[in-house]
Design a protein around this ligand. Structure first.
Ligand code: HEC
Length: 379
C-alpha cells in the first residue's frame, strides 16, 4: 500500500495584485519553503518573495571563463607550438586575431552550458515528476488563477495556521496537495538505467541510419557518387567490344573528323618539295605568327631566332635559324620540323594548330629578312 504524504497547502487568488500581496505577507511571516505559480511572469514578484539573485549566474560565469580560456589556450598552442605560421608578417601570438573567436566561444559556452546546467541541476532532468503536476491547482494557475503554496517541509509548517493565514489574505480556494511517495520519486534520474538506455538507443539508431545512408544508400545507383559512368576510360577493358579492349585503333582507310593526316612522316625532303604555305603574310597572320613564335619557340630559339636559349643549359641550345640552310629551306621543310620535330627538338603538332604553324613560318621569314636585308628591301 502506498502512503499519501502532504506536500503543501495551496491557495488561489484572482489578481496579480492579490498574489503579490500574498507573496510579500508570506515571506514577512517567515516562511521560506514556498513557491508562487502564475499564468505569466508577474513583475515585482522577486522583490515580494524576497528572493536572492539566482545562483545560475555563477554557472554562466564559470562556463564563460571556460570558453574564453579554452579558445585563447587552443589558439596559443596552435600558433606558438603546433603550427607556427607567419601571416602577413605579424607575430605568431597576434592577439587581435583571437578576439572574435574568444568572444564567440565565451558567449557560446556561457549560454548553452548555463541552460544545460539549469535543466540538469535545478530541474533535475531527465526527471520531470513533481507533486504539483496533474492537480486542480496546477490547472488553475496555468489558465487564469494566481497560486501560492507553502510546503510541508517548511520549519514553521502548521496546516491549521496556514489555512487561516491564507483565508485572512482573501483566498477563497485553499486546498492541501498530497503525493504518493512510491509513485513519485523526484530524485536525480540522470543515471537512471532507463534514461541511459534511451540515450544509447537514440545513438545506435542515428549512427546506424547515418552509416546506412552514407555508406550503403549513397553507393547504390543512381546516386553512387558518379563512380560508374557510361564512358570509356583509357587503358580499361570494355564489354562493348567483342575483343574486350576499350582503346580502339582507327578503322583502316578512314580519317577521323577534324584530323588531317600528315602525309610526309619521316620525309622532310618531300615535305619541302610538295608543301606550300597556304596563307599570305598579312598583318594579322604575322601578328599571330609572332605571338605563337614567342610562346612556343622563343624559349629555346631566342626572341629573334639566334639560338640564344633562355633555358640556361637545361636543354641543348639549338642552332641559329638565320643559317643559310634554314634561309634557303622551302617553307615545307620548316613546317616538317615543327610538325615532326628534329632530333632533340620535339614535335609541336599537338600544341600548335596547322594554320598557326604556317603563320609562325611567315614570322620566321620576316625575322630572317630583318637580319639579312638586301639592297632591294630598303626601297
Ligand atoms: C625545347 C626547345 C625547342 C623549342 C621550344 C623549339 N625548338 Fe626548334 N630546335 C631545337 C633544337 C635543340 C634544335 C636542333 C635540333 C637538331 O639537333 O637537329 C632545333 C631545330 C630547329 C630547326 C632546324 C634548324 C636546323 O638548322 O636544323 C628549326 C627550323 C626549328 N628548330 C624551328 C623551331 C620552331 C619554329 C619552333 C617553335 C614552334 C621551335 N623550333 C621550337 C629546340 C627547340
Amino acid at each position: 500500500m502506498s502512503k499519501k504524504q502532504l506536500y503543501s497547502i495551496t491557495a488561489l487568488f484572482d489578481s496579480p495584485d492579490a498574489i503579490i500581496n500574498a507573496a510579500s505577507e508570506t515571506s514577512k511571516a517567515g516562511y521560506t519553503k514556498y513557491d508562487v505559480n502564475t499564468p505569466y511572469p508577474v513583475h515585482g514578484m522577486d522583490g515580494a518573495m524576497q528572493l536572492k539573485p539566482s545562483r545560475l549566474g555563477y554557472f554562466a560565469m564559470a562556463f564563460g571563463l571556460l570558453g574564453a580560456v579554452s579558445a585563447i589556450g587552443f589558439m596559443t598552442w596552435v600558433t606558438l607550438v603546433e603550427y607556427p605560421l607567419v601571416i602577413g608578417g605579424k607575430p605568431f601570438w597576434s592577439w587581435p586575431a583571437f578576439v572574435p573567436v574568444s568572444f564567440e566561444l565565451t558567449v557560446l559556452l556561457a549560454s548553452v552550458l548555463s541552460i544545460v546546467a539549469m535543466i540538469v541541476i535545478y530541474f533535475k532532468f531527465p526527471n520531470n515528476a513533481h507533486p504539483l503536476h496533474d492537480t486542480k491547482y496546477m490547472k488553475a494557475v496555468s489558465s487564469d488563477k494566481f497560486g501560492i503554496n507553502i510546503q510541508a517541509n517548511d520549519p514553521k509548517f502548521d496546516e491549521k495556521v496556514i489555512t487561516e493565514f491564507f483565508k485572512s489574505l482573501g483566498s477563497k480556494d485553499i486546498a492541501p496537495i498530497y503525493f504518493d511517495d512510491e509513485e513519485l520519486q523526484h530524485g536525480q534520474k540522470l543515471f537512471d538505467p532507463k534514461f541511459i538506455g534511451i540515450l544509447l538507443l537514440v545513438a545506435i539508431i542515428s549512427s546506424g541510419a547515418t552509416y546506412l545512408i552514407f555508406n550503403q544508400l549513397m553507393f547504390m545507383p543512381p546516386f553512387n557518387w558518379m563512380m560508374t559512368q557510361e564512358k570509356l576510360k583509357a587503358q580499361k577493358p570494355s564489354e562493348l567490344f567483342a575483343d574486350g579492349i576499350g582503346m580502339r585503333k582507327p578503322v583502316e582507310g578512314t580519317v577521323a573528323r577534324g584530323i588531317l593526316p600528315y602525309p610526309f612522316k619521316g620525309q622532310p625532303d618531300s615535305a619541302g618539295k610538295y608543301l606550300v604555305n597556304p596563307s599570305l603574310p598579312t598583318k594579322e597572320v604575322l601578328e599571330t605568327g609572332k605571338q605563337k613564335y614567342l610562346t612556343f619557340c622563343s624559349p629555346c630559339h631566342g626572341n629573334f631566332g639566334q639560338g640564344d636559349s633562355r633555358l640556361r643549359g637545361q636543354f641543348p641550345n639549338p642552332p641559329t635559324l638565320h643559317s643559310d640552310k634554314v634561309r634557303n629551306w622551302p617553307d615545307g621543310n620548316i613546317y616538317h620540323v615543327i610538325t615532326e620535330g628534329q632530333n632533340v627538338m620535339p614535335s609541336y603538332a599537338p600544341q600548335i594548330a596547322r594554320d598557326d604553324r604556317w603563320a609562325i613560318i611567315h614570322y620566321l621569314r620576316a625575322l630572317q629578312r630583318a637580319q639579312n636585308a638586301k639592297e632591294s628591301d630598303l626601297k
